[in-house]
Design a protein around this ligand. Sequence first.
Ligand SMILES: NC(=O)c1ccc[n+]([C@@H]2O[C@H](COP(=O)([O-])OP(=O)(O)OC[C@H]3O[C@@H](n4cnc5c(N)ncnc54)[C@H](OP(=O)(O)O)[C@@H]3O)[C@@H](O)[C@H]2O)c1
Length: 273
Amino acid sequence: MKFRLNNGVEIPAIGLGTFRSKDEDAYKAVLHALKNGYRHIDTAMVYGNESDVGRAIKDSNIPREEIFVTTKLWNGDQGYLSTKRALKRSLERLKLEYVDLYLIHWPKDYQKTADSYQALEELYKDGFTRAIGVSNFNFHHLEHLFDTAEIMPQVNQVECHVKVQNIKLQDFCMKHGIHLEAYAPMMSHHIDELLEVEVLQNIAKKHQASVPQIAIKYLIQRDIIAIPKSTTPKRIDENLKALAIQLDDEDMEAIRKLNSGRKSFPDPDNIDF
Ligand SMILES: NC(=O)c1ccc[n+]([C@@H]2O[C@H](COP(=O)([O-])OP(=O)(O)OC[C@H]3O[C@@H](n4cnc5c(N)ncnc54)[C@H](OP(=O)(O)O)[C@@H]3O)[C@@H](O)[C@H]2O)c1
């Protein structure tokens, strides 16, 4: 299953996340995922695994154009010229000619972010990335970006799961043609809290599925791209199979009520990195 971005580029609804996937573990996870049906990988310069991801892509022998690859601009590389250099270095590590999506990882001060975004627009026009976007952008970050942006971002990747549903942010993004992408779809290092939610356990039982599968499919049925991370082969397979589940209106409504605001990642307005 794929979603279509505002420039016509298609993105697989589920991608493999790679945050905290290191070295050989990252390589093995990406290779396993690609050999078992994934066609979308999410990495970032700061994860330190771009070369492992690139090696796995190459060793999968899957034609490049069939795989959707995202990487991200790290905060220390923000700025017009440094952004251009940063994507070129990411491409060298990935051993790719282009990525499919390049994101500004976190918003910094408005001017710096605007300069970085201008570089993204030029990298996009020059064919180094097939789509561009942002990550961890709230309403006001987007509104400021709109003042200077020539090209609307295709994606905003934010923390999004059953406890932080971002319903208003998704509406706002949709109004501007920006697709919402969910990171930490299983609450990341707080996954134990997700597994304990009785409402999800009951829905999982009803569909003969697992709680992580229900959490992932809930997002996708809301037209949100999800990038669950795992380095465990069995879980990598399990997460992709979420696509086959069909949640009904009653399930969707019950999960919608779980929105409590319990975040696992910092507020983008209060970061010190
Ligand atoms: N843009 C940003 O600022 C940002 C921030 C955070 C993350 N991300 C991206 O989003 C991706 C996903 O977020 P995340 O990695 O933080 O969290 P996540 O995908 O919500 O959760 C990952 C955790 O869930 C476990 N897990 C995965 N599938 C499971 C299953 N079926 N059953 C039980 N446990 C399961 C994993 O363990 P094992 O690996 O041991 O199986 C890992 O501990 C990242 O990897 C990264 O690519 C982006």
